[in-house]
Design a binder for this molecule. Structure first.
Ligand code: EPZ
Length: 416
């Protein structure tokens, strides 16, 4: 089991380049199922989740190659319609092959993703949408089996805006017969990126980025040749790193327009942030102010930045209320931060964070992707040494984070 060791106290300084967005790359890779031929995706982050999706697609008969930030997916023939538990249990985003496989092959057999550290993570809304489009659904032995001779366009209303649910239905509807309207659709930039990728393949989609998306099915889609948007959560994590270490960073290759709720809250916390084109200049010299946040669907404050923001508030000069409205159990990082001296009380879906002068390094354990990032941030600011265990969570979502932090002055290394 690999660990990351950090000697805290260094103020980060310098420039960092943001990688492509994992949560845009995953659905766009799944969209390769819809088009025969060679699909090319660039600005893809080099992450475990990307290779897991590649492995899943290759088991369906799609040729997967990756070199650097380029992924090639050769969809000549689909030889299987099954996504097995052994892969799905490591990455719930595997559910993203459900919609395209059903639309293209008329059948799909996907292991139910099961819960994960942050909550039950059901897919009932994905299934409801496909049923409305004419799919027969059956559940057995932990697998969901869907089949449909021909998917038909339908009006689908989601109780809650589900990101991958919206993406699954959008991909299925792209080659269904007729028009599909998704109401209460997710508006995340990653959903818009998938829509743009599908449009570049010949799909007819309007309204992506709003709560109502209209998809007119077409007969055929051509292969992808598409560049992924930058990762707004990685960029937000580095902004928080500049804040917590009282450093100054130039963050390049990001899209500030995707991060306004995060930038706004970080400015309230006392960070000086300038944005121009694809560059964010972030610095923090003085004290950190306490700021309350509520995680909400986009364009609200993203749940994927909640743990990182909490690390920042743990060393602010006051009390902040952090409430998590998306997932039912996304405070696992609290117990670990308290071991480092943070003063945090959780009551239901709200954490009360009383800032302390400084945290102390300690051995801590990562529990989910974004929680592990928050422990790295806490370690950067803490007095003494922090060792973060189970960093495989980190590697799922952050491309070589210690290689990006070290040139900025962080005393950080990976240990076996
Ligand atoms: C996506 O997960 C992201 N993953 C998550 O990022 C992100 O935290 C989440 O959206 C929220 O923004 C990918 O895009 C691969 P949801 P997803 O469906 O789609 C409930 C990361 O760190 N719900 O938008 O699984 C659900 O329980 C990951 O990269 C249903 O009830 O999230 C949750 O409370 C973590 N039934 C809420 O909706 C359903 O059928 C939002 O979940 C689907 C969802």
């Amino acid at each position: 089991m690999q660990k990351i060791e950090i000697e805290g106290g260094a103020r980060l300084k310098g420039e960092v380049f943001i990688s492509g967005a994992k949560n845009a790359a995953l659905p766009i890779m799944a969209a390769s199922i819809l088009a025969s031929g060679a699909n090319r995706i660039t600005n893809t982050p080099q992450l475990k989740d990307i290779s897991t999706m590649g492995e899943l697609l290759s088991r369906l008969g799609i040729g997967f190659e990756s070199s650097g930030d380029e992924v090639i997916l050769k969809t000549d023939s689909i030889s299987s319609v099954e996504a097995k538990y052994d892969l799905v249990k490591t990455m719930r985003a595997s559910v993203l092959v459900l919609g395209p496989l059903l639309a293209k092959m008329g059948k799909a057999v996907i292991s139910l993703p099961g819960g994960c550290a942050i909550g039950a993570r059901p897919i009932n809304l994905h299934v409801m949408g496909l049923q409305k489009m004419g799919a027969e659904i059956s559940l057995s032995e932990g697998y969901v089996k869907v089949s449909a001779k021909r998917l038909k366009g339908a009006d689908i209303h989601f109780d809650v805006p589900t990101v991958t649910g919206t993406e699954n239905i959008m991909m299925a509807a792209a080659i269904a017969d007729g028009v599909t309207v998704i109401e209460n659709a997710a508006c995340e930039p990653e959903v818009v990126d998938l829509a743009n990728a599908l449009i570049s393949m010949g799909a007819e989609i309007q309204g992506a980025g709003t709560g109502v998306i209209k998809i007119k099915g077409v007969k055929l889609l051509k292969p992808l040749d598409y560049k992924i948007i930058p990762d707004r959560i990685e960029a937000g994590t580095f902004m928080a790193a500049a804040g917590i270490t009282r450093g100054s960073l130039v963050i390049r290759g990001c899209n500030p327009a995707h991060m306004e709720s995060v930038t706004d809250k970080l400015r309230q916390a006392g960070l000086q942030i300038e944005q121009k084109d694809d560059v964010l200049k972030v610095k923090c010299s003085g004290k950190l102010n306490p700021v309350d946040i509520k995680t909400m669907p986009y364009p609200g404050f993203p749940t994927d930045m909640q743990a990182q923001f909490m690390a920042l508030m743990a060393v602010s000069e006051g009390t902040s209320l952090i409430s998590e409205h998306i997932f039912e159990n996304r405070f696992m990082h609290v117990a670990e931060m308290k071991r480092m001296g943070a003063d945090i009380q959780v009551e239901g879906s709200t954490a009360t964070v009383r800032g302390v002068r400084s945290l102390n390094g300690a051995p801590v354990m990562a529990t989910d992707l974004r929680a592990s990032a928050s422990l790295i941030l806490a370690g950067l600011a803490a007095k003494g040494k922090t060792v973060v265990d189970r960093v495989y969570h980190l590697d799922r979502g952050y491309e070589k984070i210690e290689k990006k932090l070290k040139p900025l002055g962080a005393k950080i290394r990976r240990i076996k």
